[in-house]
Design a protein around this ligand. Structure first.
Ligand SMILES: C=CC1=C(C)c2cc3[nH]c(cc4nc(cc5[nH]c(cc1n2)c(C)c5CCC(=O)O)C(CCC(=O)O)=C4C)c(C)c3C=C
Ligand SMILES: [Fe+2]
Ligand SMILES: [Fe+2]
Length: 336
């Protein structure tokens, strides 16, 4: 085995603390050509699809990657901006704002995507070249899920597996339990109500995962429910005034339920015609919130007889969110 030396490494000088914020990833462009390698990298991750590799490789290459890139490219075209993918520019804005908050403590902040660009390896090189010897990895997933959090851990581990030297490491598994995250969400929803009024029902929608992952011990669903409960309590909502559901189903097996789309299609028949949807599991707006919740599910609800549907945006780079992220960083670098 030949181990790589870190570019720019001077082990005596590696005194700084670095914070690497990460999110899932996004294609480089909203085109079929860019979607194919992005989806291939994402869906080849065994943390994401737990199907025996030989079988999955056949399904992925012969079926999914023949159909999905064109369909997904069309969806991405509907959310693409002058600054590119929303997930990417919101993450960049979060990193800039967090850097601003942490500069006085001589902390370096960088950002990376688990899949696609900017990748984890290059962000780590950048931090090491700036003198970072203590690295806090902060995936912006409030709820732990093996498909996201553990997958990010795998990418970090694989990066250092090939290197002679690596910095001291800490990793934030989840932060749904952090009081300020809950109060920031509740304040954000209250501010939305100040402008738009209260809905008949507040829908907490989280990205789904296959039910079997939770059955095998993934704490994700329990952490999603705990998030909704605490936010609803701060908002003074009664049980009939809110519910939690799961979106973005992929494939044919059962995913966590209730499904967001089916719920929104059925609510008007039950007399619920005014809803607001909030997605606490998404720290930044992205395809899954802007297009799936903001557009596709709105249509389902209105077509089913609903008459008032609003999507409450993610926390993105809002000042209160950045302050919360800063506090989480400070808590996790204690003793460094
Ligand atoms: C927030 C947590 C997320 C979990 C948990 C998660 C699990 C998960 N996702 C897929 C498949 C796809 N997800 C896609 C997009 C996507 N997913 C998340 C977050 C979680 N995914 C985000 C933030 C995004 C948006 C990325 C963006 O560029 O805006 C996609 C790609 C889009 C599409 O083709 O529909 C797929 C595919 C699985 C299979 C899974 C759990 C096992
Ligand atoms: Fe996803
Ligand atoms: Fe989706």
């Amino acid at each position: 085995m030949k181990y790589i030396n870190n570019p720019g490494l001077n082990s005596e000088a590696q005194q700084k603390i670095g914070v690497l914020i990460t999110n899932l990833g996004t294609p480089d462009a909203p085109s079929k050509k860019a979607l194919k390698p992005y989806l291939k990298e994402f869906l080849s991750d065994p943390r994401v699809v737990e199907v025996p590799r030989v079988i999955w490789s056949l399904i992925l290459n012969l079926v999914i990657l023949q159909i999905r890139p064109a369909r997904s490219a069309e969806a991405y075209q509907g959310v693409w901006t002058e600054r590119g993918s929303p997930l990417l520019f919101h993450t960049e804005d979060q990193a800039i704002a967090l850097q601003h908050q942490l500069s006085a403590q001589n902390i370096e902040v960088a950002y990376a995507m688990r899949y696609g660009n900017p990748n984890i390896e290059s962000a780590i090189d950048e931090l090491i070249a700036k003198g970072v010897g203590k690295l806090l990895v902060f995936p912006l997933y409030p709820q732990y899920c093996a498909a996201t959090s553990a997958s990010t851990f795998d990418a970090i581990a694989s990066c250092f597996q090939r290197r002679r030297w690596f910095p001291e490491l800490r990793f934030i598994n989840q932060y749904y339990q952090f009081d300020d995250y809950i109060s920031t969400l509740a304040n954000h929803i209250k501010s939305f109500w100040d402008v738009s009024g209260k809905p008949q029902k507040l829908i907490f929608s989280y990205h789904g995962v296959p039910q079997k992952y939770v059955d095998k011990g993934d704490p994700y669903q329990q952490q999603c429910f705990a998030t909704s409960e605490r936010v609803a309590k701060l908002l003074g909502l009664k049980p009939e005034q809110y519910m939690s559901c799961f979106q973005s189903r992929f494939g044919r097996e059962p995913w966590l339920q209730p499904y967001t789309d089916e719920t929104l299609k059925s609510l008007p028949k039950q007399g619920v015609t005014s809803v607001q949807v909030v997605c606490p599991g998404f720290s930044a707006d992205c395809l899954e919130t802007i297009e799936e919740i903001g557009m596709e599910n709105r249509d389902y609800f209105l077509e089913a007889g609903g008459n008032n549907y609003q999507y409450i945006p993610a926390l993105n780079a809002q000042p209160e969110h950045i302050k919360t992220l800063k506090k989480i960083v400070e808590l996790n670098i204690q003793g460094w």
